[in-house]
Design a protein around this ligand. Structure first.
Ligand SMILES: [Zn+2]
Length: 183
């Protein structure tokens, strides 16, 4: 079992960091499915499973396990890490938009700062990922992405960030259109 201690390393690496972020925005105490993909590559092929996490407050630990291959571990003292997003967790917002993206687009999002809107994403059955957020949260995310695209020196990566901006922008525009048949 892989163990990490948030006390010893406040800045956990991305893999453990996103586990803490995803657990911190979900209800404490119970297991929940996240959109964080498993990192294992049995037979040189990526495991297609997603991680399930369970945040425990006392003692402070996040348990995680892959739903497919059962790879699992523990992050102790998660409250003190910079990946604890509980204070900014999404409230049940009205007018939530749903954005469906590819796992590659979601991986790109996870290269940026941990935001609750990214951490709370959910996997779909077909390997794509759904983000749920209010228009204002999405606009905040769009602003971040535009900044990353701006700073990116590799043209191909810059294009991927801009494609992602387009996907989100489309969702926002779609939501602003008056719905046909709506009362
Ligand atoms: Zn796995």
């Amino acid at each position: 079992m892989a163990e990490r201690d948030g006390e010893a390393s406040r800045h956990l690496g991305g893999f453990y960091g996103w586990i803490v972020a995803a657990a911190s925005v979900r209800s404490p105490g119970s297991w929940a499915r996240t959109a964080i993909p498993c990192r294992r590559r049995p037979g040189h092929k990526p495991c297609a499973g997603y991680l399930r996490t369970r945040a425990i407050d006392v003692p402070s630990c996040v348990m995680w396990t892959c739903e497919r291959c059962n790879d699992n571990g523990l992050v102790r003292n998660w409250h003190r890490t910079s990946w604890n997003l509980r204070a900014q967790a999404l409230q049940r917002e009205r007018q939530c938009l749903e954005i469906v993206m590819t796992d590659r687009q979601y991986a790109l999002l996870r290269e940026g700062d941990p935001l609750p809107v990214i951490a709370s994403a959910e996997p779909q059955r077909d390997g794509r990922v759904t983000l749920r957020a209010s228009t204002s949260r999405l606009e905040q995310l769009l602003a971040y992405l535009a900044e990353y695209a701006d700073l990116e020196t590799s043209p191909s990566r810059q294009r991927r960030f801009l494609d992602l901006c387009d996907t989100l922008q489309d969702a926002v525009l779609q939501a602003q259109k008056p719905r046909r048949g709506a009362r």
